[in-house]
Write a protein that binds this ligand. Structure first.
Ligand SMILES: Nc1nc2c(c(=O)[nH]1)N[C@H]1C(S)=C(S)[C@@H](COP(=O)(O)OP(=O)(O)OC[C@H]3O[C@@H](n4cnc5c(=O)[nH]c(N)nc54)[C@H](O)[C@@H]3O)O[C@H]1N2
Ligand SMILES: Nc1nc2c(c(=O)[nH]1)N[C@H]1C(S)=C(S)[C@@H](COP(=O)(O)OP(=O)(O)OC[C@H]3O[C@@H](n4cnc5c(=O)[nH]c(N)nc54)[C@H](O)[C@@H]3O)O[C@H]1N2
Ligand SMILES: [Mo]
Length: 725
């Protein structure tokens, strides 16, 4: 497959027209895309009351392929009832993620007993009674509750409240596999776990660091912002072991000049080794101090720990920095020079930073570098984790974490006269490990694909298979429904955000709470997530101080969120005022930080050894342009010029050194598993010594090694060997 020379552009527009055809014409799709609902894909913040395809600074039209794909998927026909007779589990297991997604919308509650080996349809009453009776006969700590980041704040808040009153803190979300390291790292540095800035700040920056992310594929609408920065004479430094086409040049479809000519994005593109970022970031900081471009008064007045950190930087040798990062001194000096000259600098990052056993240290090192020149705590500069799922941040804010923030815990107990459990609760991977050891009887999943997103797929399957009852609230079929089954599996079909009968809210990565109006249902079977949870809670805990009946009303839930969650007071009136609001206490335009001392904290890190050697490669498991997490929409990867997914990409010099040829069949092995009949491919864009494969297929190879601080698996830090099949 020929590789495109820039991202975005005509293929994106052509794709829109093709997708429109699938759902009965451009008018249908346009109407759906323009409805006042928060966009369903990433957390950049489109839609809501500003209307679909409008971003947080009012720019229109902002559209990306993924939002179209997600919309078109929800606009599919229903899976007919006969489907389940002709598709036993065995058959579902043979289907690709793409085929599963394309089966259509789930519209009837389903039950599968392991012995029967197939799903059969049932009624809502039966399904809910069954789950309720299982819950009543199970000890609360033998259950776990997993939330994906697509659901509303209302559904997330209600379900976590129910789980806690039922008696467990085994409440967690997909963030543990995603940006948890950002939350933990940022909190330890600046006292708050999310972006310190709003979209306008990025738009006004004159330098953006883009570290370990591929927004051309995964956050396409950020590309408009980067294009604007370049047009205003600003600079973009990309740090990524892979040269991602769309980060070199991107054609923003809504800008005629950019569309025709393409906009150059990266002003400097630096390729570290996978896992080389900590050394690289320390190197830039060391150089800044050497050229005396650091802000001594900011460090003295607004930071703790700067003496120890500066001493540590001084003690690091350039030989260690360049060897462990894989980046030359010259490239580091150039980045430092650019940084030294810039006035307003934003640091952004995604999974290339968090998916490591030292993910939290990586994030702290980014914060260190920003603080070194006083780039946090003022306008037009700051820290920006580019979040994944459209409401992953909101789900976390409203209480979907094992340990509730103290203030939320106390507010809930006081306002609602309830007693909440005080046990520590388990993170996502810990729940999966407990399940594998037979210590979990019920797993309840609000969306997502817990099986598909896990490291070590063979383990993930075994783990969920050991659970008595697995419950999924889903919109479409995924590999979890085929492999991640319990002795009994119950699937409850739910409405998508824009089909909800009542308004719901979502939080963007810029801490803006957005209101979605909901809309007409497309199918008669599914229920809203909130209704399912309220009905279940009523049956399991009928005598609770919480009036679950009233919680069918999303307005009631918002009132409860407003009382319980600090900074969210304005949510109580949002459906009347339509005023989407910035959560208070999250944006830092002044250098006062919510840490015990009011100052930011600098952290010292020793540099980890580079993994791998002559014969063992560092492997990253990443997304293609045509997928959304475990949902694969297309087998090809447009920007990397690949036509299939069962491949391992290596630098041509490595392919030759191994004595292999392009497209030869190989076996890829890690300490966890192996995959055979994989095609090895020459891919000049990846730095030698490193390898690239696609998530989720490659998850068989990913060990359960995780960052001790954030519990996030090292999805990008896998060591592999490659031999002919
Ligand atoms: N189209 C699409 N959009 C999405 C998603 C999707 O699946 N598809 N998923 C959503 C979600 S939940 C998330 S979390 C985000 C994910 O967004 P990204 O983080 O952009 O996604 P990944 O594919 O994991 O890509 C990671 C990037 O990090 C680079 N990388 C890998 N290892 C390293 C390293 O050690 N150091 C550095 N510096 N870079 C490294 C890779 O080359 C790649 O470019 O996207 C969201 N948006
Ligand atoms: N190897 C490797 N593994 C990874 C990653 C990686 O980069 N490499 N990335 C990790 C990351 S960043 C993440 S976020 C996780 C993703 O983990 P998850 O969030 O668990 O997985 P998704 O694939 O996004 O879940 C998709 C499913 O959600 C359901 N769904 C869609 N919309 C809705 C809705 O409105 N309501 C409900 N109830 N369900 C809905 C559909 O059934 C769909 O099949 O995977 C992680 N795993
Ligand atoms: Mo994610």
């Amino acid at each position: 497959m020929k590789k495109v020379t820039s991202g975005g552009g005509w293929p994106a527009i052509q794709y829109t027209l093709q997708k429109a055809k699938e759902v009965g014409g451009i008018r249908n799709l346009w109407k759906a895309m323009r409805s006042k609902n928060a966009c369903k894909t990433c957390a950049l913040g489109m839609g809501g009351q500003r209307g679909g395809m409008v971003n947080e600074s009012g720019s229109f039209p902002e559209v990306c392929k993924k939002s179209l794909q997600a919309m078109v998927a929800d606009m599919q026909d229903a899976i007919p009832p006969e489907f389940w007779d002709s598709h036993p589990l065995q058959k579902l297991r043979e289907m690709t993620p793409r085929e599963l997604e394309n089966c259509g919308r789930l519209v009837q509650p389903l039950i599968c007993n392991r012995d029967e080996g197939r799903y059969r349809t049932t009624t809502w009453d039966d399904a809910i009674e069954r789950i309720a009776s299982r819950l009543k006969e199970t000890a609360a700590d033998e259950t776990f509750w997993y939330f994906s980041g697509r659901s509303s704040n209302e559904a997330g808040f209600l379900l976590q409240l129910f789980a806690r009153l039922y008696g467990t803190n085994n409440v967690n979300n997909c963030s543990y596999y995603c940006h948890q390291a950002s939350g933990v790292g940022l909190t330890s540095s600046v006292g708050s776990g999310t972006a310190t800035i709003v979209l306008e700040d990025v738009e006004r920056a004159d330098l953006v660091f883009l570290i370990g992310g591929n927004p051309a594929s995964n956050h396409p609408r950020l590309m408009t912002t980067l294009k604007n920065i370049r047009n205003d004479g600003g600079e973009v430094i990309v740090i990524n072991p892979v040269i991602e086409t769309g980060l070199v040049s991107f054609r923003v479809p809504s800008d005629p000049v950019s569309l025709l000519m393409g906009t150059k994005i990266a002003t400097q593109y630096v390729q570290p080794h996978i896992g080389g970022d900590l050394a690289l970031l320390a190197g830039i900081a060391k150089r800044i101090v050497e050229i005396r471009a650091h802000d001594e008064s900011f460090l003295a007045n607004h930071c703790d720990g700067h003496e120890a950190w500066l001493e540590h930087l001084d003690s690091l040798s350039w030989a260690e920095i360049t060897a462990k990062s894989g980046v030359t001194k010259q490239d580091i000096d150039r980045m430092a020079d650019t940084y030294a000259k810039a006035r307003n600098v934003v640091f952004s990052w995604t999974m290339g930073i968090t998916h490591h056993a030292n993910g939290v240290s990586n994030v702290q090192a980014i914060a260190n570098l920003a603080l070194l020149r006083g780039m946090v705590g003022r306008r037009n500069a700051g820290l920006m984790p580019i979040r994944g799922h459209s409401n992953v941040q909101g789900i976390g804010s409203v209480g979907v974490t094992p340990k509730l923030k103290d203030a939320i815990f106390e507010n809930l107990q006081r306002e609602f006269d309830v007693e909440l459990p005080t046990g520590p609760g388990m993170d996502t991977l810990a729940c999966m490990e407990a399940a594998a050891e037979g210590r979990m009887k019920i797993g309840f999943c609000l969306g997502g694909n817990l099986y598909g997103s896990n490291p070590d797929s063979e383990f993930a399957e075994r783990s969920l298979n050991a659970v008595d009852t697995v419950v999924y609230l889903s919109t479409t079929l995924n590999t979890g429904h085929a492999f991640g089954t319990g002795k009994e599996t119950i699937v409850l079909p739910v409405l998508a955000r824009d089909e909800e009968p009542q308004p719901t809210t979502q939080e963007s990565m810029f801490n803006l709470v957005r209101l979605s109006d909901g809309g007409p249902r497309r199918h008669s079977g599914p229920l809203s997530e909130v209704e399912v949870v309220a009905r279940l809670a009523q049956q399991v805990l009928p005598n609770s101080p919480i009036d679950w009946q009233s919680m069918h009303d999303t307005g009631e839930i918002r009132t409860a969120i407003g009382k319980a969650v600090p900074g969210w007071e304005k949510i109580k009136e949002i459906d009347k005022t339509k005023n989407e609001f910035q959560i208070s206490g999250r944006t830092f335009h002044k250098p006062q930080f919510p840490t015990p001392s009011g100052k930011a904290q600098l952290h010292v890190h020793s540099l980890p050894e580079l993994q791998g050697d002559e014969n063992r490669f560092r492997l990253m498991t990443v997304r293609s342009e045509g997928q959304f997490n475990t949902v694969v929409y297309e087998e090809h990867d447009l920007y990397r010029g690949q036509d299939r997914r069962d491949i391992v990409l290596l630098n041509p010099s490595d392919v030759q050194r191994l004595g292999l040829t392009h497209d030869q069949l190989v076996t890829v092995r890690s300490e966890t598993g192996s995959l055979s009949n994989i095609l090895v491919r020459e891919f000049a864009e990846i730095k030698s010594g490193n390898a690239l494969m696609y998530f989720p297929e490659a998850n068989r190879l990913v060990p359960r090694t995780s960052d001790p601080q954030s519990k996030t698996p090292a999805f990008k830090g896998v060591v592999i060997s490659i031999e002919p099949s």
